[in-house]
Design a binder for this molecule. Structure first.
Ligand code: PSU
Ligand code: MN
Length: 302
């Protein structure tokens, strides 16, 4: 059976030539940032990947087809659809089978990347164990996906809205390597450092590529999480962001926001509470992650 999967012209050409490709998610576009900053971010990030000598592949489901690489009109169309479905592992097959349209989370983007033979993926922050998870059981499917799907994911560490120690413990249980890039401390999304030491540290894209290869060679399933610190010039110190996170979390609880709606709600409220500063930082860190991911993808093909 042939899969309902279409590559963009650019991704198809790179695939046949064996050139490096970097996957990008689409939930960050539809549920992570407002229009038009979301489409500007998405285009800018794609260009960074090209400038590094790799090919960008933004992944989404449109009208029942899994698109690996979006043409510019498709990207714009998706960015203008804030009510697009948010597709994680559980949702993807149903959306495709029903001819639906939706944006892929980290988990679903990893599945799309694997199906298209792409081994490296850049995003902003992954989902994780939410604060209060001992009550809500809210643990992102992104963590399980990292444990089973062989894609190296470059993110800016676990998002500070989460319970970062519990997220790290869960990743350890699942056998997912968490590798800080170029520093000992685990980055915390909007902030470049945290009080936590990262379980692993690597300093070069080539070393990350080597570790990715070795994991496959050893027959260990799953991917790697690369925690790439946001550039200092764009960071928001933890002391500044923490009160806004606390307020957003309180409001989420008061308004009974649950399940898939939690992460988009928190990101939107922190954007408002920070007068847009959180968005500037978010864009800066995604761009930084795209650059590193492209270097890893290039190292994988040499
Ligand atoms: N982190 C961000 N922006 C985002 C997301 C994460 O900075 O938009 C998205 C990603 O697509 C991630 C998803 O996979 O949120 C996690 O959602 P949940 O917590 O519902 O699993
Ligand atoms: Mn959740």
């Amino acid at each position: 059976m042939s899969l309902p999967l279409i590559r963009s012209a650019e991704v198809a050409a790179a695939t046949s030539a064996g050139r490096p490709i970097v996957a990008l998610e689409s939930t960050i576009i539809t549920h992570g940032m407002p229009y038009p900053q979301n489409v500007e971010m998405a285009r800018g990030v794609e260009q960074i990947i090209r400038d590094e000598g790799a090919t960008p592949a933004t992944i989404a489901v449109m009208d029942g087809t899994l698109h690996v690489g979006l043409e510019d009109e498709q990207l714009t169309q998706l960015a203008k659809t804030p009510d697009a479905a948010k597709l994680s592992r559980a949702d993807m097959a149903i959306c495709v089978a029903q001819g639906g349209t939706g944006a892929t989370t980290v988990a679903a983007t990893m599945i799309g990347a694997m199906l298209a033979g792409i081994e490296v993926f850049a995003t902003g922050g992954i989902g994780g164990v939410h604060r209060g998870a001992e009550q809500s059981f809210d643990i992102s499917a992104d963590l399980q996906e990292l444990a089973q799907t062989p894609v190296t994911v470059v993110a800016a560490g676990a998002k500070a809205i989460l319970d970062i120690p519990k997220t790290l413990e869960t990743l350890e249980t699942l056998g997912v390597p968490v590798i800080a890039f170029g520093q000992d401390s685990l980055p915390a999304f909007w902030s470049s450092t945290s009080d936590l030491k990262a379980p692993q540290r690597l300093d070069r894209a080539e070393d990350i590529a080597k570790a990715h290869r070795m994991r496959a060679d050893l027959g260990v399933p799953g991917g790697q999480l690369i925690a790439n610190p946001v550039p200092k010039s764009a960071e928001i110190p933890q002391a500044d962001i923490e009160p806004m996170i606390a307020q957003a979390l309180q409001e989420a609880e008061a308004q009974n926001i649950t399940a898939k709606d939690v992460t988009p709600f928190l990101l939107q409220r922190i954007y408002e509470l920070s007068d847009g500063r959180s968005l500037e930082t978010n864009i800066a860190l995604v761009r930084n992650n795209a650059r590193l991911a492209a270097r890893i993808a290039c190292a994988l093909v040499t």
